[in-house]
Design a protein around this ligand. Sequence first.
Ligand code: MBD
Ligand code: FE
Length: 276
Amino acid sequence: MSELNQKQLLELVTSVNVAPGNARVRALVARVVGDLFKTIDELDVSADEFWKAADWLSRLGTSGQVGLITAGLGFDRLLDIRADEADERAGRSGGTPRAIEGPLYVAGAPLSKVEARLDEGNSAGEVFVMEGQVRTLAGQPVAHALIDVWHANSQGGYSHFFPGLKPYELRRRIETDAKGHYRFRTALPPGYSIPPNSPTSELFEALGRHGHRPAHVHFLVAAPGQRTLTTQVNIPGDTYIDDDFAFATRDGLIVELERGVAPAGYESLGISAPFV
Ligand code: MBD
Ligand code: FE
């Protein structure tokens, strides 16, 4: 092809020459590639640096860490901030704040009605029970809502991603009763850390950032005719409660723990006083 300057090259990269293609994709690619061309030019990126970055991206993909880096670079929280802003504009305020799904959700966990044990009686950790009620923003109970709950084990690892856990260990779906109530028993999780010696940890080291999340439990709450809520609760007292690498903690999501108390009426979940 003929000689090209940078501007001509960028125009050619996203010019239509075979089929109409997809205008939205073209607009997005033109902007992102244009911004990268500009970055390379203005920050004087060398060929070595560029190919090192390309290699890092390849390794990131193979290691399955794309969803980890999007969270660590703030994209997941950005989408939540934008969703919050849209809610505010639409006058939908209040309710449990949303929090990012993260990269470790697995669909299809065992389903039970009203209550569940996530730990199957063999996960190490402090016994933790939680109960609640699913309500609409107007405060109406939501009958038969479906709640997905998932969290890490005592090593900070999630089933399906970390060796040594059974399929769906520490993951359950619970259908609420007619008044929106649910409850579960599990093993209180510790925090999560980015796997060492991985593409994500490499970038975080270069950025001088840590890769820790405070202890948390994830929820996905769905019901017919309702918008789905993706959220988390945080366990108080964690070192990283205000310093989450994934920017997913929120003030309204830190639960209060009552320690050393055997809740009454939990015999079906294997709890009876005196509490051990
Ligand atoms: C997690 O456990 C998590 O919840 C998020 C958001 C990112 C990485 C690991
Ligand atoms: Fe998590």
